[in-house]
Structure formats: structure tokens, C-alpha cells
Design a protein around this ligand. Structure first.
Ligand SMILES: [Zn+2]
Length: 66
């Protein structure tokens, strides 16, 4: 088996992929923020596509919806 690096799973559709191929999001002050560098502190959420990114906020409780 080839080492493929850290694996993460899209929160929306559950598709697994390499960490670098997914978009990481963190929640700061009730707002979901795209974590471009994938190094922001706190709980991270991952999405695999723009479509899943659009659904992602609906899956997280405690967000401040604008
Ligand atoms: Zn997805």
C-alpha cells in the first residue's frame, strides 16, 4: 500500500480524499471561514467541492447565519 498522506473526509458527502485535495474550513466567532493554509487552530471541517462547500454550513450547528 502506498502512503498517500493524511486522509480526510468531506463532511457533506463523506467522500474521502487527501487532505491537500479538500478544502478546510474553521469556525471563528460563529462564522465559517475557508482555511486556505489548512493550519488554523480549532475544529476543522472539510469539503470536497464547491457544491459541498455550499451545503457545509447547513451541517454545522452554532453558526451565525447572515
Ligand atoms: Zn463532498
Amino acid at each position: 500500500m502506498v502512503a498517500a498522506g493524511p486522509q480526510r473526509r468531506c463532511r457533506v458527502c463523506r467522500k474521502a480524499g487527501a487532505k491537500r485535495e479538500l478544502t478546510r474550513w474553521t469556525v471563528a466567532a460563529g462564522m465559517l471561514k475557508r482555511d486556505v493554509r489548512q493550519t488554523a487552530p480549532g475544529r476543522g471541517y472539510y469539503s470536497c467541492s464547491e457544491q459541498c462547500a455550499g451545503i457545509l454550513p447547513k451541517t454545522i450547528k452554532g453558526l451565525v447565519h447572515v
